[in-house]
Structures are given as structure tokens and as C-alpha cells.
Design a protein around this ligand. Structure first.
Ligand code: ADP
Ligand code: MG
Length: 531
């Protein structure tokens, strides 16, 4: 009797476990899908933008999936995986951050159907892995190689990335800027070493985005200190970047010097003057004529006295250089920051043809051109009528840089506008026909899930999505590999002719990362809370 009861209990608990695993899986999937649905409407050139209000009250307008998701307060652990997914795509490819999440959401829906049919999660997961490998092969076959000297092709890819942004109407101006900027810092032999931090975007309010310019050289956000009437233009400059102060040393906190009589006070002042004069003379003797001074929190970087001497010696002074800027400036000028007067030697100076103060809008900036040696950085001065626009322009430029970098890393272009995804869907359906059993079913579900991209692009553009996607599929079945949705004209056409192209790397990485994430969510059967 007892053993019978035990058996029954065991059976009960096993079925209870299975039910729980099912519940956990379903809750994970629906939470993740909710995240995907939230960004779906911003996909594509006709996608809508999101306004994000941050806790501190700051407002931000963006169309970039990674940006929107990173600001979302997501509690569910599985949903957080989708946020990380878009971050991963941002790091790997830089563009396609909405696409990757939308694809993952659609794959998760497919999983729901497959699970509902009683297919085991491991089987689904394996079939998806097989499908994504096949998908990559199909994409590689559809991609077209590009010659990096063909500047127009690269610009088209950058323009496509920009066309789905808030700043899309300025794509024709911003795309060449992005291409030139990356080309300048890139070493084509080693495309994996491209460091986008070598491009600095300075945002200046005023004007419009059309006034944005690329500057080959270094631009400083600071102005020249003219309080003692110093120079504002130096030709044949020798620039020093210093991290120490040109003012009288201060006593330690809570220490005082009490001066009792006038002669002692005179002596203090004289000593101070001598000290400062010595510093300035030493600087002058090295041949330095432009001085960049790091901001100090301990004391004033300069004093009236030092500014006066420096002005007399015709040394230009730019102060308030932020700690974070030092690395970039040193790299741009190819000089070493100088930490103290003792290490101030002529070898540490950077030679620059021209340093001058310019007025941009209502503000002043310092431009340095003709930096000697092979410079490895560029600056972009972005202009815009309001801060929201400028911030979004900076983010969009980043996407464009990433697209160019992706092309340098993998020199293939693929058709956009849903063409690539449809091509894969059609190809995978063919693959599924050669397979049997539940796996074939899963591969077919994977293929159909990818159609979410053309479907969403059409839907966001207000086009009849079912008709368009059906026609698109037919065109691909007939072998029209590059047919995609031209959302601006509302018809289907050859995307290479319409110049809607994307780097192969962006699409491949989106597919790969989305599949990996979905497989991971699928395999979770329990959430364990820790105390
Ligand atoms: P993501 O953050 O994933 O890059 P986007 O909002 O930038 O998302 O949209 C990218 C999608 O929009 C890609 O699938 C791309 O092919 C498509 N797309 C971009 N420009 C066009 C266009 N002019 N016509 C049709 N589709 C376009
Ligand atoms: Mg994009």
C-alpha cells in the first residue's frame, strides 16, 4: 500500500515539475516578446521614434534599438536577455540593433507554436542552430563583394544606416563624412584594429546639421585664454600638453602661513613671482608656444601672474582640458602629456603647422591643422538647432561609423529592405523540404519567422503588408535575389539599384546572435531565487 502511494507521489511530482518547466518557459518567452514588440515600430526608414524620459528628468528622442532598450527599466530576467542581445549586436556590428531584437521576438513566437505541438525544446534548439548555419550560407551566396576603393558603394551603405534615423534627411551629407572619418583612421591591412574612439564628435548648438563638418586635425572645445591679452593664432606651433598648474603652490588643508609684517609679505610675493617666472621661462626655453593645461580640482591651473608672463612670451594658453580628453589629445598630437616642470623637455612637444581660435556659431573653439607625423584621429564638429537633435545625430553617426567598419572587416554588401531576410526564408524552406520529421518543421518555422522583417518594414510604412510580403516571396522564389521593399515608393524593386544596401556582417551577426539568445531562453526550465 505504502509503495503504491510513493509511486503515485513520484508521478505527481514529476508531472508537476514538467508543468512548472512549461510555465517558466512560457513566462520567459512572453516577457521577452513584450520587449521585442516595444521596439518593433521603430524598425526601418518609416519607423517611429521613441521619446525616453530618464529618471533625472532628461528627455531623449531616438530610433536606435540599442539606445531605447538600454534606457528601459526591464525587471524580468529573461526579458533582460533581449536588452543584452541588442547591446551585443551594438558591439559586434553597431547597426541592426532593432532588427536583432525583432527577429528574436519572432523566433520566440515560433517557439511557442512548436512547443504547443509537443516538440521538445532541445530538438527545437538544435534545429534552429542548423537553420542559422544554413542561413549564413544562403546570405553569403546572395552577398556581393565590394571594392573598398569604390567610395560610392561604401557611402550607400552608410546612407542606408542613416536613412532610418531621426536625422535621415541629412543622410546625403552625413554619410560621406562618416565614410571619410573611418577611412582616415583605418588601417586597411588590419581592419579588426579600427578603433572608433579615434573619431571625436564635438556637438555645438546652433546652425543646422547641414553645417556639420569633418576636420582633419584636432579641434578643442575650449577657447584661448585671453585675459592677459595672449595670442590667438600661432603658425609653426610647438604644443605642450601639461598636467600641472602654473600658479603658486598652496599649503596643505588646515595649514596656514601667518605673515606678521609687511617685509615678510613682500618677500612672499616676491618669491611667488620668482617661482612663476621661473616656470614660464623654463617653458619658453624649450621653444613651446602653445600650452594646453589640464583642469585641476586642487587649485587654479593658472594665475593672473602666470598668464601675464605667458602672454608677454607670446605663448598661447588653452586651459580647462578635461582629464578624459588627455588621451585623445595626446594621440592626436602624438605627444606625451607632461606631468611636471622637471620633465618638460623639447622632445615632448608636438609640431603643428597652425593653431588658431575660430568662432563656431556663438562659441569659440581652437583648431589645430597640419599636425606633423601620421595622425590617427579625426574630429567632427556636429551642428544642430537643439540638444535632442545633436545627441541623436551623434548616435546615428556612430551607427554609420560601425557600418563602414563592418564593411572594412568583411567586404560584402547585401540587399536591404527585407530582401536578405526573404532570401533566407525562401532558401531555408527549400532546405526543410529535404529534411524529415520534427526538425523539418522547426527549420520551416525558423524560415517563416524571418519574414517578420519585410512584414514590419511594410507595416511601419503603412503598406498592405500581407500582399507585399507574398509578392516579395514570389519574386525570391523566381530567383530575384535582390528584390526588396522600397518603402519610400511603396513597391518592390531591386535594392542594389535603389542603393538600399547593408554590410553582410550586420545581417549575419543579427541572425546569429538572435538565434543564440532564443536557444538560451528556450533551454531554461526553472528560475531559481537566491536568498
Ligand atoms: P536597426 O536598428 O536594426 O538598424 P533600423 O531602424 O535602422 O533598424 O532599420 C533597418 C532596416 O531598415 C533594415 O532591414 C534595412 O534594410 C531597412 N531599410 C533601410 N533603409 C531602407 C529603405 N530606403 N527602404 C527599405 N528598407 C530600408
Ligand atoms: Mg540601422
Amino acid at each position: 500500500m505504502d509503495s503504491q502511494n510513493n509511486k503515485k507521489n513520484n508521478r505527481d511530482s514529476a508531472s508537476h515539475d514538467r508543468q512548472k518547466a512549461k510555465d517558466v518557459r512560457l513566462s520567459n518567452i512572453s516577457a521577452s516578446k513584450a520587449v521585442a514588440d516595444a521596439v518593433r515600430t521603430s524598425l526601418g526608414p518609416r519607423g517611429l521614434d521613441k521619446m525616453v524620459q530618464e529618471e533625472a528628468g532628461d528627455v531623449l528622442i531616438s530610433n536606435d534599438g540599442a539606445t531605447i532598450l538600454s534606457k528601459m527599466r526591464v525587471e524580468h530576467p529573461a526579458a533582460k536577455m533581449l536588452v543584452d542581445l541588442s547591446k551585443a549586436q551594438d558591439i559586434e556590428a553597431g547597426d541592426g540593433t532593432t532588427t536583432v531584437v525583432v527577429i528574436a521576438g519572432s523566433l520566440l513566437s515560433a517557439c511557442l507554436t512548436l512547443l504547443g505541438k509537443g516538440i521538445h525544446p532541445s530538438l527545437i534548439s538544435d534545429a534552429f542552430q542548423y537553420a542559422v548555419e544554413k542561413a549564413e550560407e544562403i546570405l553569403e551566396k546572395a552577398a556581393q563583394p565590394i571594392d573598398l576603393n569604390d567610395r560610392t558603394a561604401v557611402i550607400q551603405a552608410a546612407a542606408t544606416a542613416l536613412s532610418s534615423k531621426v536625422v535621415s534627411q541629412h543622410a546625403t551629407l552625413l554619410a560621406p563624412i562618416a565614410v571619410d572619418a573611418v577611412t582616415r583612421i583605418a588601417n586597411l591591412e588590419e581592419p579588426d584594429t579600427i578603433d572608433l574612439r579615434n573619431i571625436r564628435v564635438l556637438k555645438k548648438l546652433g546652425g543646422t546639421l547641414d553645417d556639420t563638418e569633418l576636420f582633419e586635425g584636432l579641434v578643442l572645445n575650449q577657447h584661448v585664454n585671453k585675459s592677459a591679452g595672449g595670442v590667438t593664432k600661432v603658425a609653426g606651433a610647438k604644443v605642450a600638453l601639461i598636467q600641472f598648474c602654473l600658479s603658486a603652490p598652496k599649503t596643505d588643508i588646515e595649514n596656514n602661513i601667518i605673515v606678521q609684517d609687511y617685509s615678510a609679505m613682500d618677500r612672499v610675493l616676491r618669491e611667488e613671482r620668482q617661482y612663476i617666472l621661473n616656470l614660464c621661462k623654463k617653458i619658453k626655453n624649450t621653444g613651446c608656444n602653445v600650452l594646453l593645461i589640464q583642469k585641476s580640482i586642487l587649485r587654479d591651473a593658472t594665475s593672473d601672474l602666470s598668464l601675464h608672463y605667458l602672454a608677454k612670451m607670446k605663448i598661447m594658453v588653452v586651459q580647462d582640458i578635461e582629464r578624459e580628453e588627455i588621451e585623445f589629445i595626446a594621440k592626436s598630437l602624438q605627444c606625451v602629456p607632461i606631468a611636471g616642470i622637471d620633465s618638460f623637455v623639447p622632445e615632448k612637444l608636438a609640431k603643428v603647422d597652425l593653431v588658431e581660435e575660430v568662432t563656431v556659431g556663438t562659441e569659440k573653439m581652437v583648431k589645430m591643422s597640419g599636425i606633423q607625423g601620421k595622425h590617427k584621429t579625426v574630429s567632427i564638429i556636429a551642428r544642430g538647432s537643439n540638444k535632442l537633435m545633436l545627441d541623436e545625430a551623434e548616435r546615428s553617426l556612430h551607427d554609420a561609423f560601425c557600418v563602414v567598419r563592418s564593411l572594412f572587416r568583411r567586404r560584402f554588401l547585401i540587399a536591404g529592405g527585407g530582401a536578405a531576410e526573404t532570401e533566407v526564408a525562401v532558401g531555408l524552406n527549400k532546405v526543410a523540404k529535404t529534411m524529415e520529421g520534427a526538425s523539418a518543421f522547426c527549420v520551416r518555422a525558423f524560415a517563416d519567422a524571418l519574414e517578420v522583417i519585410p512584414y514590419t518594414l511594410a507595416e511601419n510604412a503603412g503598406l498592405p503588408s500581407i500582399e507585399i510580403v507574398t509578392e516579395l516571396r514570389n519574386r525570391h522564389v523566381q530567383g530575384d535575389t535582390n528584390a526588396g521593399i522600397n518603402v519610400k515608393k511603396g513597391n518592390i524593386s531591386n535594392m542594389f539599384e535603389e542603393s538600399v544596401v547593408m554590410p553582410l556582417l550586420v545581417t549575419v551577426s543579427a541572425l546569429r546572435l538572435a538565434t543564440e539568445c532564443v536557444r538560451m531562453i528556450l533551454k531554461i526550465d526553472d528560475i531559481v531565487m537566491t536568498r
